[in-house]
Ligand binder design. Structure first.
Ligand code: KIV
Length: 259
């Protein structure tokens, strides 16, 4: 019987310098293959709005959408941490955020909830943490704010923004965040954050010097129409979907991905 994968285990892995893997999945079949292939955390991300529903952004995704897909994932998996996204505007004031976090845990079987964050969410993260909700604070590129940002470009490129991301990570860890996710930031900044906070840092487009990697499953299967520069088509070097996921897991763990 393999060791139960829990948020505590992920924290222990950071202490031991062992990398872990996160992959999105939104349905029972692919979630089950992720588990078989050794993925530690399945993210039911709001990226489903783009890759499943065909929207141009993640903004239209609703709480009901996340819960629907998360329940399918939960039905087919046993030993994998399930992380669910709080969708756009589902956590904009305290009572709404707490009620929706409760829904993700009770109806969607979340073991961690992820929210696109900043220091302004310090109190919310404290409240969730006190109430027993494990939280992943998503910093750097936050796609739900695309209509304010104007592009999906890298964040933290200038020293002021880099310092802000680092101090947000420190502040949110103190408030109780259990995991930090950094999207599209310079590798040197991701390394600094990873060395500074004691909770695990998951990176996407953030280089290799982080504690874990996350990718969108359709990107590693070469099925998204295009492959972002920070991803790789692992199916091209494998003979099955399960093999491709296993290849991703092994490549992250042995440090050969990302290059
Ligand atoms: O929604 C999602 O899949 C995400 C990842 C790309 C990090 O937030």
């Amino acid at each position: 019987m393999s060791q139960p994968i829990t948020v505590k285990l992920l924290k222990d892995k950071k202490q031991k310098g062992e990398k872990f893997t996160v992959l999105t999945a939104y349905d029972a079949t692919l979630a089950s293959l992720c588990e078989k292939a050794g993925v530690d955390v399945i993210l039911v991300g709001d990226s489903l709005g783009m890759v499943i529903q065909g929207h141009e952004t993640t903004v239209p995704v609703t709480m009901d959408d996340i819960i629907y897909h998360a329940r399918a994932v939960a039905r087919s998996t046993k030993n994998v941490v399930k992380m669910l996204d709080m969708p756009f505007m589902s956590f904009s004031y305290p009572t709404q955020a707490i009620d929706n976090a409760a829904r993700l845990m009770q109806e969607g079987y979340a073991e961690v909830i992820k929210l696109e964050s900043g220091a302004h969410q310090e109190q919310l993260i404290r409240d969730l943490s006190i109430n027993g909700v494990p939280v992943c604070a998503h910093l750097g590129l936050t796609p739900q704010t695309i209509h304010k940002l104007g592009s999906y470009g890298k964040r933290g490129k200038d020293s002021q923004e880099a310092q802000q991301i680092l101090s947000d990570a420190e502040q949110l860890e103190k408030a109780g965040a259990d995991l930090i996710l950094l999207e599209c930031v310079p590798p040197v900044l991701a390394k600094k954050v990873t060395d500074t906070v004691s909770v695990p840092v998951i990176g996407i487009g953030a280089g290799r010097d982080v504690d874990a990697q996350v990718l969108v499953i359709y990107d590693i299967l070469g099925a998204s129409g295009y492959i972002p520069s920070f991803a790789k088509n692992f199916l091209a070097e494998s003979d099955s979907i399960e093999g491709a996921i296993r290849h991703y897991v092994e490549s992250v763990k042995n440090g050969s991905f990302p290059v």
